[in-house]
Every structure is written in structure tokens, then in C-alpha cells.
Design a protein around this ligand. Structure first.
Ligand SMILES: Nc1ncnc2c1ncn2[C@@H]1O[C@H](COP(=O)(O)OP(=O)(O)OP(=O)(O)O)[C@@H](O)[C@H]1O
Length: 345
């Protein structure tokens, strides 16, 4: 059986706003197997970034906290570690890259120096060794003339090259897990494709696992082994990339797919949009959190939160439309049994 590198179990994360706790994820559970790429998709505000910040425990620095549940990395519980312990894990075993490469790089240091700094810090390399390794890493991420580029400042490089540098910094310590939060959103379409190819190639060569956060189903189609669809802090559907694209089942997932230009029957028609807006988690409607925007909403959807209905061996959706798909494996999106079912935690 494939080894689980990451297990997120019933995790609720939130922020203290004035005197109120505002939740951003609501008892979410998912796993990542070693060597796989899991894409977390959903509209803006669905809790994707907060999920990744919680895994890294960077949420503590953004004024947030993990309120319940736990996160395990290679079986080790991260959610209760001190920041001192987390610092050793971040950068060494788990690395993260963000949307805007310019905000991740320091404008006053040469890019080679910034990669070398990471190597000195985490791998105790000497200045000379670190600089040599930095040039090698620039070569590995496809930067031409890496010896020359290493001595340039971020503003002398294009956006795509800067993102390659950020990836090189992330790779410097050969992380087992890379979390990429919208890593191509700020880049031109052609550069986007190159960066995605690079990530695929690095994943294969370095035996890395990846969590990729994206609002772009096209990116997910290209990158994912598995897909988690999030809406308003909860997981709506989860499955292999094949199942999600061949048999999208939650009306929210279907809506996201129909919103892709050129997908299915959208040719020549006005681009589909899911009507309405995503609610704040503190103001969720009763029943299914998606029901006010759902074109299939039934009475029960307005009254009771659906559990997960198993649609295939490895495919589930939190939607009452699938009630007939086996009451025995019904679990709530949070993982707690809501019927006579097994609880998957
Ligand atoms: N520092 C913060 N303080 C208070 N609320 C926050 C903070 N950061 C995020 N949130 C809230 O958490 C919820 C989830 O945000 P998150 O950024 O995870 O969404 P997302 O799906 O990643 O969206 P996007 O694609 O726009 O980044 C949102 O309602 C957001 O307003």
C-alpha cells in the first residue's frame, strides 16, 4: 500500500477577528500519498490557502490558528509542534512556493546568493559549496547561463525566471513535500505551461509529493493525481483526476468545470458562471453549504448537511443527489458518521 506522507484529519482553522473566531476551514480531512500530486481547487475564499498555511503552521504568523483536528506528516503530528520544531521541518522537509515570485525574493540580494543562503542555513554548506550548489540548482530549474544569472538581482529576471528561482530555493533542501499555492497565476500563459512542466519533471526526478492550490481546473487537469474540491471551507468532492473530470458529481464541481472556456458544451456560448457568491463560513446556510447556488437543490439540501457518499472506490461527494449510492458508507464531510456508516477518519 502506498505510504501516506500527509494526513489532514478533521481540521478546522480560523482567525481571531476582533473578538470573534472566524473559521476558514471546517473539519476537512484528506490524505496525500508519497510521490503524488494533490490539487486543491475551488473559488476564491473557499479556504485553499488557509489549508496550506495550516499544514505549514504559517497560519500562526497570519493571525490564525488550528482550532481542531490534526495534521500528520509521515505519521508525525505537526499541529501541536512548537514553531521552533516547525522551523526545522519548513524548508528542510516541506517547502512552499507562492503566487507572486517577486514577493518571495529579496530585491537587494543576488538570486544565487538567496539560494545559497538557504543551503547554508539548512545544510551547513560552506559559502563556496553553497554557491556552487546554487548554480547547479538554477541549471536544474532550466535557467540558461546559470553562472551569469546567479549574480543577477530579481529585477533583472523575468517573472517566469523569478518563479524558477523560487522553485530552486524550495528545492535546495530536497523537500519531501512541496506546497505550491497558485504558482503560475501571476505568469503569462506560455510561461505557466513551462513552470507546470518543470514541477512535473522535478516531482519525478526528486520523488517529491506536491500539494497544488489552484482555482484553475485546467491546471488541476494537467498536474493532479487526485483532486479535492473545496467550497466555503468544506470539501465537496474528492477523487482521482480521472474520476473528477470523467464523472464530476457534485453540482459545484460540475459548475467549476463548465466555467472552463471550451469545456463540454460551452462552445460559442456565453461562458458559464455559478450564480451567487460564496458565503462566509460563519454565515453558512443550514443544510448543504452550496444549496443557495445549486440548480439541483432539493428540500433536504436546505435542512440537513449531506455526508460523503461513496461513488467509486476512491471517489466521494458530499451531495444528497447520491443518497442511493450506499447508505453504509455515508460519512459527513467532516468525517463523522451521519448514518449507519463506517467512519473514515
Ligand atoms: N488573515 C486573515 N484574517 C481573517 N480572515 C482570513 C485571513 N486569511 C484568510 N481569511 C479568510 O479565510 C477564508 C478562506 O481564505 P483563503 O485565502 O484560504 O481562500 P482561497 O480559497 O485560498 O482563496 P484565494 O484563491 O482568493 O486565495 C476567506 O473567507 C478569507 O477571508
Amino acid at each position: 500500500m502506498a505510504r501516506k506522507i500527509l494526513e489532514v484529519n478533521q481540521m478546522t482553522a480560523g482567525f481571531l477577528v476582533n473578538t470573534d473566531i472566524v473559521k476558514a476551514t471546517d473539519r476537512i480531512s484528506f490524505d496525500l500519498e508519497k510521490g503524488q500530486t494533490l490539487c486543491i481547487v475551488g473559488e476564491s475564499g473557499s479556504g485553499k490557502s488557509v489549508t496550506s498555511l495550516a499544514v505549514m503552521r504559517l497560519i500562526d504568523y497570519a493571525g490564525g490558528m488550528i482550532l481542531e483536528g490534526d495534521i500528520k506528516f509521515n505519521g508525525e503530528v505537526l499541529s501541536t509542534k512548537s514553531q521552533e520544531e516547525m522551523r526545522k521541518i519548513r524548508g528542510n522537509r516541506i517547502a512552499m512556493i507562492f503566487q507572486d515570485p517577486m514577493s518571495s525574493l529579496n530585491p537587494v540580494f543576488m538570486v544565487g546568493e538567496q539560494i545559497a543562503e538557504s543551503l547554508r542555513l539548512h545544510q551547513n554548506k560552506s559559502d563556496k559549496e553553497a554557491m556552487k550548489a546554487a548554480v547547479d540548482l538554477l541549471r536544474q530549474v532550466g535557467i540558461p547561463s546559470p553562472e551569469v544569472r546567479a549574480r543577477q538581482y530579481p529585477h533583472e529576471l523575468s517573472g517566469g525566471m523569478c518563479q524558477r528561482v523560487v522553485i530552486a530555493i524550495a528545492l535546495a533542501c530536497q523537500p519531501e513535500l512541496l506546497i505550491a499555492d497558485e504558482p503560475t497565476t501571476a505568469l503569462d500563459v506560455t510561461v505557466q505551461a513551462q513552470i507546470l512542466d518543470l514541477l512535473q519533471q522535478l516531482k519525478k526526478n526528486n520523488d517529491m509529493s506536491i500539494i497544488m492550490i489552484t482555482h484553475d481546473m485546467g491546471v488541476a487537469a494537467e498536474m493532479a493525481d487526485r483532486i479535492v474540491v473545496m467550497y466555503a471551507g468544506g470539501i465537496m468532492e474528492e477523487g482521482s483526476v480521472h474520476e473528477i473530470f470523467a464523472k464530476p458529481s457534485h453540482p459545484y464541481t460540475v459548475g467549476l468545470l463548465k466555467s472552463i472556456p471550451g469545456f463540454e458544451d460551452s462552445h460559442g456560448e456565453e461562458l458559464y458562471t455559478i450564480k451567487g457568491n460564496i458565503p462566509r463560513i460563519n454565515e453558512l446556510p443550514t443544510g448543504c453549504r452550496f444549496h443557495p447556488r445549486c440548480t439541483h437543490a432539493m428540500d433536504i439540501c436546505r435542512k440537513q448537511e449531506p455526508g460523503f457518499f461513496q461513488l467509486g472506490q476512491d471517489h466521494k461527494a458530499a451531495c444528497w443527489l447520491y443518497e442511493e449510492h450506499g447508505g453504509d458508507s455515508i460519512v459527513s464531510p467532516a468525517g463523522a458518521a451521519i448514518a449507519h456508516g463506517e467512519v473514515r477518519v
